[in-house]
Design a protein around this ligand. Structure first.
Ligand code: AMP
Ligand code: ZN
Length: 468
């Protein structure tokens, strides 16, 4: 299996540190709002990497954090007049719902930054002892120039970086020894969450979180560290500096980064305001469609979001689900059980397609090619099976199709699930029926929704609904 390593800028053969096991850390979201579909890209992509590794027989220890202390969380808490903890726990719960909808498996561990402060204080203390960090009036900085290999991940030259940043030092913005030094610990401001430390009552910088959580849950050296490409610099570069200077060992063997999800060729982001939340998408589409759309591109290629592409993804997924439906029908109606000689020969093609699927995934997780293979299998199923096929033949094709879907985290099943949009439409129709005193139709709609698990409540402010 070959994986592209940002560190070497090359595809490399994947050899885990411990045979049969993979340790993997994926930087998770900062939880101050609903996640947008740009944030969903690394979740879907690296969940697929994990699933493929598991398919290859590896035992995967998958760690992904939630950043639950941050300026944006604090700002949101002040805006709403609630605690930062209330904001972060609310959006962690919402994020987990979105992940479940996208069929992203829960991580082996989802650590929270605020629960790991002791480990951060330990690591910062070690860095100070070793001369890699220093305290100025309660703020602790990492002494970047002391780490010779700084810049090795982002392939940036220290001198260029320094001249680009010189203005920072000139403005006297803070008391760093060098403009490239970054914060490990900062003193609290009034009203902010804080923890006691040897340097000040304060809170950790962002980068130290991941170094500490990765070490605690996976060990000093890990196989894979991953995230979106905007994290390469400075976040991952700084993580390498902290971890390698503290532990005296290489940090991660393979660094994997997904390209951006764009809109009109610009990165989708909260700050540009050009985003859709996963929740918004779920009102129009089953989130399986979103997952299918994401995997239809290679994870290192930029992907432009558009309504047309989502429609294409919906149609593509539907074609596969129809084939699965047909196979199930054929299996149920089959008149014979055992394979014929001809069918046995035909199954060699299924095996060849399965091998081709693995070949695509072995080439740096080329999910776009892997999906093409799924379509080849669909074509095979549609042309080679009918009511005269044996049950064994149909079942083997069906099992293979579902297995390939499972590796990609796609459930090839038509869901009877009702979308928010349709619910709203039915509620409007029910209101109209009541107004026209057609109570029979109104009741019919209520029972129909109830059957699908939607409970209506008539309140003074209008009709409210919830999923039971
Ligand atoms: P954040 O909450 O901004 O730290 O982002 C969480 C994860 O989402 C990180 O791995 C980011 O790199 C990734 N990410 C954010 N925006 C995008 C985007 N538009 N496309 C792809 N990945 C993104
Ligand atoms: Zn991180």
């Amino acid at each position: 299996m070959k994986v592209y390593n940002t560190l070497s800028k090359q595809k490399e053969e994947f050899v885990p540190l411990v045979e049969g096991k993979v340790s993997m850390y994926v930087c998770g979201p900062t939880v101050y709002n609903l996640i947008h579909i740009g944030n969903a890209r690394p979740m879907i992509v690296f969940d697929t990497v994990r699933r493929y590794m598991e398919h290859k027989g590896y035992e995967v220890n998958y760690v992904s954090n939630f950043t639950d202390v941050d300026d944006k969380i604090i700002a949101k808490a002040i805006e709403e007049g609630v605690s930062a903890e209330e904001i972060s726990s609310r959006y962690i719960a919402e994020c987990k719902k979105d992940m479940a909808g996208m069929n992203v498996k829960p991580a082996t561990t989802h650590p929270l930054a605020t629960q790991e402060i002791d480990g951060m204080i330990d690591m910062i203390s070690t860095l100070i002892e070793k001369g890699y960090a220093y305290d100025v009036n309660g703020t602790v900085y990492f002494r970047t120039r002391k780490f010779d290999e700084y810049g090795k991940l982002s392939h940036k030259n220290l001198d260029d970086l320094r001249s680009g940043n010189r203005s920072l030092l000139v403005t006297g913005e803070d008391q760093k020894e060098d403009p490239l030094d970054f914060v490990l610990w900062k003193p609290k401001k009034e009203g902010e969450p804080s923890w006691p430390s040897p340097w000040s009552d304060g809170r950790p910088g962002w980068h130290i979180e991941c170094s500490v959580m990765s070490k605690k849950y996976l060990g000093e050296e890990i196989d894979i560290h991953a995230g979106g490409e905007d994290l390469v610099f400075p976040h991952h570069e700084n993580e390498i500096a902290q971890s390698e200077c503290c532990n005296g060992k290489p940090f991660a063997k393979y660094w994997l980064h997904n390209a951006f999800l764009n809109i009109d060729n610009r990165k989708m982001s909260k700050s540009l305001g050009n985003f859709f939340t996963v929740r918004e998408i779920s009102e129009k589409y089953d989130l399986q469609v979103l997952r299918f759309f994401m995997l239809s591109a290679h994870y290192r290629s930029p992907l432009n979001f558009s309504a047309d592409l989502m429609e294409a993804a919906k149609n593509g997924l539907e074609r596969i689900c129809n084939a699965v439906d047909n196979l199930k029908h054929c299996a149920a109606c089959a008149k014979t059980e055992a394979l014929t000689e001809q069918e046995r020969e035909a199954l060699a093609e299924v095996a060849a397609l399965a091998a081709k699927f693995d070949e695509a995934m072995d080439d740096d997780f080329n999910t776009a090619d892997a999906i093409s293979v799924v379509f080849e299998l669909v074509r095979f199923a549609n042309t080679k099976t009918d009511e005269n096929s044996s049950k064994a033949f149909v079942q083997q094709i069906l099992d293979k199709l579902l297995e390939l879907g499972d590796i990609l985290g796609l459930i090839f099943e038509k869901k009877e699930e009702i979308l928010d949009d349709e619910i709203e439409q039915l509620i409007a129709e029910r209101q109209a029926a009541r107004k026209a005193r057609d109570f029979q139709r109104a009741d019919e709609i209520r029972s129909m929704l109830l059957e699908k698990g939607i409970v209506l409540e008539d309140t003074r402010e209008g009709v409210k609904w919830k999923r039971a």
